[in-house]
Design a binder for this molecule. Sequence first.
Ligand code: NDP
Ligand code: GDR
Length: 350
Amino acid sequence: MKKALITGITGQDGAYLAKLLLSKNYKVYGTFRRASSPNFWRLQNLEIFSKVHLIPADLLDMGSLIEAVKISDPDEVYNMAAVSYVSTAFEQPVGNAEITGTAVTKLLEAIRFFNPKIRFYQASSSEMYGNSGTKIQNENTAFSPASPYASAKLYAHWITDVYRKAYDMFAVSGILFNHESPIRGLEFVSRKISNGVAKISLGLEKELVLGNLEAKRDWGYAPEYMEAVYLMLQNNTPNSYVISTKESHSVKEFVKLAFEEVGLNWKKYVKTDKKFFRPLDVNYLCGENSKAKSELGWYPKTKFKELVKVMVNEDLKRWKKFLNGEFFPWDAPMYPNESKIAGRQSLKKL
Ligand code: NDP
Ligand code: GDR
């Protein structure tokens, strides 16, 4: 039986990847951060909570990473942990550099000392391209990070490359474009919209306040992207791949489709507030996935329209269940209205 260690198993990707690996008969270990309130809802939602082996660890603490690698003695390590919300990285740039960036070296060192034969996956991001000015981004497009998050990811990307070349380790990075799902964090725009639309259509909320509606992203479906991640570590040779849908859509298009799904006109409900604009934003991303198609046999099945539909309908179903008094693992009722969160003002240019 193969063994895998997933950092960030409590997040969207970690949870879906754990489910996928369990279905392939892996013994799955996952790191989690001890918190005063439990945050295992995604593992519970996917019905795998009792099937994974949890190890307390923090990317800031090298000892805990060594311990995690030792305890799990894995064939494969998937580094999914990071400060993944780009706005937070603007608010906490130093902490982000350490968690999203340099911590990856700690993990690679732990692997190198314990067993350099372990295969390693680093969660790289399309944000590394920033505003590259190219129509479509592939594995050879120059990086031009536009946030502390993207800068930290770029460091992690290159250090993974260095360990592969210097120590002959099977260490690869997947350059994944945005991927969403009903278990996406509520602060990301896709889920903020699907949750907001569901609440508005049920009369629980009156408006949806957003930031930059013109930004364009290449949005795919998270469970499918985890299949690509898995395939990258099964490859004969270690290689980097772009994973994307090859379609780019604006936030405005996402909003419009989401409201149409519940028969409402978005213009009556959506407002914008400077508070949700970033000091620097990535305006356009669209990924070329032909290398993944030809070498991994991977291609996206769920495209933009279907993704919006799935997310809105799932949030609608959940709020209806909630209003019926049903209990189930879910995040939204515990989440504050973002407009009431102070502090984002500090994102304004000084
Ligand atoms: P999430 O934000 O849902 O999950 C992030 C995970 O990282 C959580 O489990 C979180 O734990 C953990 N984490 C954060 N800080 C630490 C720390 N100091 N020590 C240990 N664990 C920590 O992100 P996603 O699942 O969406 O993304 C997974 C990875 O892929 C991330 O690295 C992200 O940057 C990257 N990525 C994501 C894309 C996307 O579209 N989803 C696209 C490209 C890259 P906790 O629950 O305790 O907060
Ligand atoms: P992103 O995702 O920054 O692309 O990073 P996010 O959903 O946060 O933003 C996408 C675009 O939408 C615009 N936007 C808003 N964003 C948020 N969160 N909230 C709003 O109210 C809002 N209004 C407009 C943003 O300005 C942006 O242009 C995600 C993360 O998962 C990263 O970890 C990952 O690396 C990249 O995707 C690929």
